[in-house]
Design a binder for this molecule. Structure first.
Ligand code: ZN
Length: 277
């Protein structure tokens, strides 16, 4: 698989913040060991951001005119770099290994370590107006930003499996084109995989031209921010299910979201061992 990566995404960190550069470094080692190839992102123009976000909001990010305790002020260049990785991944059917994550960023809001919605911008940079797409979000948190951006868009199906209750508290019900599977804390791999297979059936029936995946490793049993109980072999199953799904889709790409365990390489190894497109 082609992995989009730029070492500049490792340059910044915030003291004691769980979204640290080590997470990405550990996943990178796994991908190297499994023999994946790495490519650099391209430059990102402002037009691609404005397909998804409001201009006032983008301007506020540029001038750091915002305050959110979870989402500290960050140089706009780093925010743009992560978007660029996602766009490149969308163009080459690859995986964007980058930070900051994006699925909590909506049209005009940031939060939960997310500034711009990488996956939404990347999808809209390759999707023609009437093309059907699915965003499958398997981060442990609900992608409230992604839902906010695509809510009511009948060409884009948003499907999320997430812990509830948990930050940001949304995603309790399915509405219109947004299908939510809220699952309680301490959900095991068995239950999770059953639900994922249900989601896979919905995706197959929708028959999208593009499948975009928000990949979080925070469903892992040792994650510090959520309470699911998935083990390494569950991630092997997830990788196999998604490998099959993407094989049947003309275009696909994956974007890294969360994952905060010290040994994040364990779920990453499980997933990428069986996801090898
Ligand atoms: Zn998460």
């Amino acid at each position: 698989m082609k992995v989009v990566f730029d070492e500049r995404c490792l340059e910044y960190s915030f003291p004691l913040h769980p979204e640290n550069p080590e997470r990405v470094e550990k996943i990178k080692l796994v991908l190297e060991e499994l023999g994946n190839s790495f490519v650099k992102p391209g430059k990102t123009g402002e037009n691609s951001l404005l397909k998804v976000h409001e201009k006032d909001f983008v301007d506020k990010l540029k001038t750091k005119d915002y305050f959110d305790p979870d989402t500290p002020k960050l140089d706009f260049g780093y925010i743009l770099l992560s978007v660029g990785c996602a766009i490149k991944a969308a163009k080459i059917n690859g995986f964007s290994l980058s930070r900051p994550p994006g699925h909590h960023a909506g049209k005009n809001f940031l939060g939960g370590f997310c500034y711009l919605n990488n996956i939404a911008i990347a999808l809209e940079s390759i999707r023609k107006e009437n093309e059907r797409a699915v965003i499958l979000d398997i981060d442990a948190h609900h992608g409230n930003g992604t839902e906010n951006i695509f809510f009511g868009n009948e060409n884009v199906l948003y499907i999320s499996l997430h812990q509830h209750p948990l930050y940001p508290g949304t995603g309790k019900e399915s509405r219109k084109n947004c299908i939510n599977f809220p699952l309680p804390p301490y959900t095991t791999g068995n239950i999770y995989l059953k639900i994922l297979l249900r989601a896979a059936k919905i995706i197959e029936r929708f028959s999208p031209k593009i499948l975009a995946i928000s990949l979080g490793f925070d469903t892992y049993e040792k994650d510090k921010l959520s309470q699911f109980l998935l083990k390494e072999n569950d991630f092997e199953m997830i990788g196999a299910i998604l490998n099959r799904l993407t094989a049947n889709t003309e275009k696909f790409f994956i974007v890294l979201e969360g994952g905060y365990a010290e040994d994040i390489e364990v779920p990453a190894y499980g997933f990428f061992k069986t996801f090898f497109r």
